[in-house]
Design a protein around this ligand. Sequence first.
Ligand code: MLT
Ligand code: ZN
Length: 472
Amino acid sequence: VDAALLELQSRLPAEVIDVDPHSLQSYGQDWTRFSKVNASVVLKPQTIEQIQTIIALAKRHQCRIVPSGGRTGLAGGAVATQGEWILSMDRFCRMGTLNTAALSLECEAGVTLEKLQEHLSSTPWQWPVDLASKGSAQIGGLLSTNAGGLKVIRYGHVRRWVQSITMVDGESRVQVLNGPIDKNNSGYNFRELVIGAEGTLGVLVAAHLKLCRKPQRRVHALRPAQSVKHCLESLIAARSFPLELEAFEFFSQDCVNAVLKHRPDLKSLPPAPWYCLWSWDASVGMPWDLSPDEFKAGSWLESAILVEDSSAHEIWAYRESITEALSTRGLVYKNDVAVPVDKLEDFLKELQSFCARAYQGFEVYFFGHLGDGNVHINIVNPNRDSPEAFRAHCESTNPSLYACVANYGGSCAAEHGIGLLKKKELLLTRGPSQVEWMKQVKKVFDPHGLFNPGKIFEADCQIPTAQEDSNT
Ligand code: MLT
Ligand code: ZN
């Protein structure tokens, strides 16, 4: 047993320390399934003081920490590959009482999105972030990745719904970023830096989340489209409709075929190369006195399937089952890019012909959040052999793929983050000077390079020697 583990054992209660090989494997991995896991220990603290002790010991023993939530990420941001300590926030799962004056809720980092939604279910309020992975995804991870999801078009990313964050930094200091107030123009706003930093700046412990009113009812529509141009025409029409647009998604026929194979309980759809799927907030009342079918007759909605909330799951199932359906087909290499919405038609044309050339022998699926300009390009290797060679092939095509994204003024990570998987692409799309700024920012929060090494970029922070560290 090494000295670091012995000291952890002497300073922390036994139930905080888990070295079971199954725990190391499952806590060391996220949903990407690409990395070879190498974790030393899983730590499950219950108090902030225990987190402070863990950070101080990591510094003393020159060990590194992977802050860990529900591990539903798709870029390797929560993976342990270098013998790190995994600091799980599973036991930080308390919620405060609803503050209806401030319209906020204090919530610890390990609360899952589903638990939060259940907590608010009997109130008129919501935290308007929604993801298919809500059963596992935790608040700390959602903030650390600035998660997106289906409703960004209406509500924006997670960032917009966070008032205050409590975190522990690389010197074991507890920092409150912003505090539970809405108006705070007192100098630099560090809360915004920590959101989306993928656990590289410290350990998020709790947050005050902002809430808003839930829609009372919605209308949902699924419309086949002959081209991306037609999808964009539907987007413009849906935006101009006298109801607030909540989500606007699209997916290819190949996605529907994969979903139908995986979910034989679903009905087939009218054949078309593309489908758009959206919902409107209809709290103000439906814009019709008629039934949906009578209403859409003769209008631009004629070819759409239009349903109210009670049947919404029937049409959303095609979209929400895509990720799972693809994962059953083979190993999936994910790309998550965004370009300006008005450039999508040209971009997708170029992308489709590039993919047809670059991924012969593999399956290529296009889907995503059309209204946000966010396209998921999933490459599937149906022969599950040699994941390393498959990853290497996809990575060898990335310079051309992401040069195309950059030419359209796009982002290499619209909502999944950079993690371990998109570091080169970050350099290409953000440029070396901005990546250098990121490294400098990390040094301020994490001067000893303890947190989530190798994620977003290769950090060059120095781990202190035991002598320099005599004061901890
Ligand atoms: C989704 O929107 O379904 C996920 O973010 C995309 C993915 O699984 O690649
Ligand atoms: Zn997505």
